[in-house]
Write a protein that binds this ligand. Structure first.
Ligand SMILES: CC(=O)SCCNC(=O)CCNC(=O)[C@H](O)C(C)(C)COP(=O)(O)OP(=O)(O)OC[C@H]1O[C@@H](n2cnc3c(N)ncnc32)[C@H](O)[C@@H]1OP(=O)(O)O
Ligand SMILES: N[C@@H](CCO)C(=O)O
Length: 489
């Protein structure tokens, strides 16, 4: 039965080293607010980063002490859910430029002791991801099992695959784009104008207790319309009137939809900083993964597998933009799956369609390839080495299997700790006498289930993973498979 991660709290990591931004500006120190759910395994191979959208925060799942509303992606993060915290260590952090604990325009500028306000440097999606990379390293993780997100979260996930191809195995990008369009920039600009033309904005130097609420409220009302579909609005409100029987022939709030938008705008002003809204929407505008106007070129170095999901009624990030991502990835021969979910909710469906999302995401995450779980950098030994050398390497590296390589580097055999014991007992003198020459191997692109079946059939606890030239690129062990596939709880 899917459950909740329970009570959680936000943590903070501060990095004193300067972060050089895409603009060339430098930010220091950088604090990142984050939450984690589940347990990091011994191999540190089960970490998934989930990235929030425009106005989200680090609180993706569970409940903060004393609160009744769960985190923003609680429907898909938790025990038994798509981001199954019985199996994965899920991390969510607030973006830099935000206002939920990470360094942003409302943070104190160390040079003045006053809020940065507009002296805060302009940040990009790439900068947000660079800051997240620091956090991931700080948590001791070299490679993420997956990065996922919707809307701006999806942009960060794509950016991760491009900026750090070796550090992410799977990407889940929902209701998003690889480059902002004129229409998206246009809506962002209207929101920013609403804020900056509010006299209370004061050039960005408003007091913390007197922000430009009217401008921010209006920005959110405009934004919120774009997060819903025409059908969703019709279904929710139709032409219904709010607390009245007939129209009043005036400009008071008469329709339910007006009242709803006012409510959404008002609620937002209690949880968001207007300057952060300016900075983050600017980061959205600048987002463009194309190189020389080619998205295929932009994705040329990626190594991850992708799940791209669009929403049928999303007119802000329409499905054609997801298809562009899919085509650009396919042009690079990248493993990519695409699905358009049927939903009337509009763009915000990525926060609401838990049934479809749980199904799609779990199927994608469960499909593990050998490359997802293999251990790289495992020790090997050359054919002409001695049995003593083999025993020493095994003890020093705490391993029971040593692939044996020819001078050319290709795999010619395997020696196990059992073979060493046999050599001692029977007095064998050379590696050649004890190693197995017919080695059962795995391919990086076969499914883990296949490799595991072969290991079970042959009673073997580890297989060397070889490329087309029989060069050893890793080792897959039954321990690693059971840690990742088996439930830890
Ligand atoms: C994505 C991230 O990374 S995090 C950021 C995501 N979070 C947000 O965007 C928060 C604001 N957005 C929303 O609330 C979004 O609509 C959703 C998608 C998250 C929630 O959608 P739904 O569950 O369908 O909620 P809905 O849009 O109907 O809004 C419900 C609210 O409107 C209020 N409301 C409904 N009808 C009316 C009305 N006629 N007049 C006034 N208020 C109304 C409800 O009372 C409720 O208020 P509350 O949220 O203060 O309790
Ligand atoms: N409603 C969400 C999605 C915006 O893309 C948010 O406010 O972050």
């Amino acid at each position: 039965m899917p459950g909740s991660v329970g009570t959680v709290r936000t943590e903070y990591a501060t990095f004193p080293a300067p972060l050089t931004l895409e603009s060339g500006a430098v930010l220091a120190p950088v604090t990142i607010a984050y939450e984690t759910y589940g347990r990091l395994n011994r191999e540190k191979s089960n970490a998934i980063l989930v990235c929030h959208a425009l106005t989200g925060d680090a609180h993706a799942a569970g409940f903060h002490e004393g609160e009744t509303r769960p985190g923003w992606w609680d429907g898909v993060v938790g025990p038994g859910k798509a981001f199954d915290t019985d199996r994965y260590y899920v991390i969510c952090s607030n973006v830099i430029g935000g206002c939920k604990g990470s360094t942003g325009p409302a943070s104190a500028n160390p040079a003045t002791g006053r809020p940065y306000a507009l002296t805060f440097p302009v940040i990009t999606i790439r900068d947000m991801v660079r800051a997240q990379k620091r956090l991931i390293e700080h948590l001791g993780i070299n490679c993420l099992a997956a990065v996922a997100g919707g809307s701006m979260g999806g942009m960060q996930a794509l950016q991760w695959a491009v900026a750090y191809p070796e550090a992410v195995r799977k990407v889940i990008a929902i209701a998003t784009t690889a480059r902002s369009t004129a229409q998206q920039i246009a809506f962002n600009e209207v929101g920013r104008q609403a804020i900056t033309t509010d006299p209370a904005w004061a050039g960005g130097d408003y007091p913390a207790d007197s922000p430009p609420v009217q401008g921010l409220r209006l920005a959110r009302m405009i934004g919120h319309i774009t997060y819903l579909s025409d059908g969703a609005m019709r279904e929710k409100f139709g032409r219904n009137l709010q607390d009245r029987e007939s129209v009043g022939y005036g400009f008071a709030t008469e329709f339910q939809v007006e009242s709803y938008l006012h409510h959404q705008g008002d609620t937002f002003t209690r949880r968001f900083d207007p300057n952060s809204y300016l900075y983050i929407t600017r980061a959205l505008d600048y987002f463009d993964l194309a190189v020389d106007d080619s998205l295929a070129a932009g994705f040329s170095g990626v190594k991850a597998s992708f799940l791209v999901v669009s929403v049928s009624s999303d007119w802000l990030y329409p499905p054609y933009q997801s298809e562009e991502i899919v085509n650009a990835l396919a042009a690079n021969g990248v493993d990519v799956q695409y699905c358009e979910i049927r939903s009337n909710y509009g763009h915000d469906a990525f926060l609401l369609e838990n049934g479809q999302l749980n199904y799609l995401i779990s199927a994608f995450l469960d499909h593990l390839l050998v490359r997802d779980v293999m251990e790289t950098g495992a020790p090997t030994i050359v054919e002409r080495a001695s049995i003593n050398d083999a025993a020493r390497i095994m003890i020093e590296n705490a391993v029971n299997h040593l692939p044996v390589l020819a001078e050319r580097g290709d795999l010619v055999g395997i020696v196990t700790s059992w073979d060493i014991a046999k050599a001692v007992a029977c007095g064998y003198g050379s590696l050649d006498e004890i190693m197995s020459r017919s080695v059962v191997t795995a391919s990086p692109d076969e499914s883990v289930t296949e490799a595991a079946r072969r290991m079970e059939e042959r009673s073997i606890s580890a297989l060397p993973v070889v490329d087309a030239d029989r060069r050893v690129i890793g080792l897959i062990s039954s321990d690693a498979i059971s840690t990742l596939i088996g439930r830890c709880a």
